[in-house]
Design a protein around this ligand. Structure first.
Ligand SMILES: Nc1ncnc2c1ncn2[C@@H]1O[C@H](COP(=O)(O)OP(=O)(O)OP(=O)(O)O)[C@@H](O)[C@H]1O
Length: 265
């Protein structure tokens, strides 16, 4: 049986709980509360919820930016910590994180060529000429011209920078992209183009997506399954059509009815 691309069981993250100041009460926040989820090969699983529901904390734990308080995380059938201990190269070949703010996620002091070359070098498979050819191919895959390589991140718009950040994830040959609000910072007219590109790349590169978003219209357009979070808890999980046509949880119903652009069924 093919293992799940990602699987979390009872994943929990509690912040705070250090020594209380001035004898006051310790303030603890359970950002993620016993969440269990699985991402299947080739699918887009959206995680939705309002601000503060714990979506980003979940994603950050998966890539090792936060340490879980409790629970299990498996990536491609292997324990996530064990995989991470093998180093960034082994981990990056499986999972890449795409941030909400694309310009900030690219090193301002490096050219796009230098940024894309780093993961290619880490693969230890290409010589300089092959790396150059591969970078041009990757830019082509995200619809950016070859002269992008000699330019710097600040020279690009948000949409272009997000395409470049996606190309960097592809350069690492990741199988799973964790897309954390990947179009929220972009103009509405640009959002659709980037979403369409992500759909295409998923097919051509055989990717699986964990798609974090608060925007139900976006989620409806891109996902296969949807998990709804509220105050750190998973309240409902269903295939996208079932979730929008027949939401089971009162909170999901409320989210759908208050979303302006969602296709009401
Ligand atoms: N480093 C931290 N220290 C303390 N509390 C945190 C930390 N990171 C997140 N939290 C808290 O955890 C909860 C969940 O936050 P999180 O950012 O995961 O939610 P989110 O659904 O991604 O929201 P947003 O869409 O606004 O980013 C919030 O109450 C937040 O204040």
């Amino acid at each position: 049986m093919t293992p799940h691309m990602l699987e979390v069981r009872n994943l929990t993250k509690t912040f705070g709980g250090g020594r209380a100041l001035f004898g006051g009460r310790r303030h603890m926040v359970t950002a993620v509360d016993r969440v269990s989820l699985a991402l299947r090969p080739g699918e887009t699983l959206a995680v939705v919820g309002e601000s503060g529901s714990g979506k980003s904390t979940l994603a950050r734990m998966l890539v090792g930016l936060e340490k879980p308080t409790a629970g299990e995380m498996m990536i491609a059938g292997r324990d996530a910590d064990e995989l991470r201990r093998q180093g960034p190269r082994a981990f990056g070949k499986i999972v890449q994180y795409v941030f909400q703010d694309p310009v900030a996620s690219l090193n301002p002091r490096k050219t796009i060529g230098e940024i894309l070359e780093t993961p290619l070098r880490q693969l230890n498979r290409y010589d300089a000429e092959e790396r150059r050819a591969r970078m041009t191919e990757l830019l082509d895959a995200v619809r950016m011209p070859a002269d992008t390589l000699s330019r710097y991140p600040h020279e690009f718009s948000g949409g272009q920078a997000q395409r470049i950040a996606i190309a960097r994830s592809l350069a690492a040959e990741a199988q799973i992209l964790i897309l954390d609000e990947p179009v929220s910072a972009l103009d509405v007219s640009v959002q659709a183009q980037v979403l369409l590109l992500l759909q295409e790349l998923k097919q051509s590169f055989g990717l699986s997506y964990l798609f974090i978003s608060h925007d139900l219209a976006v989620v409806e357009a891109v996902s296969d399954r949807v998990a709804v979070m509220r105050s750190g808890r998973l309240v409902e999980e269903a295939p996208v059509d079932a979730l929008f046509s027949n939401p089971q949880d009162p909170y999901t119903r409320q989210l759908i009815s208050s979303a302006p652009k969602v296709h009401k069924r």
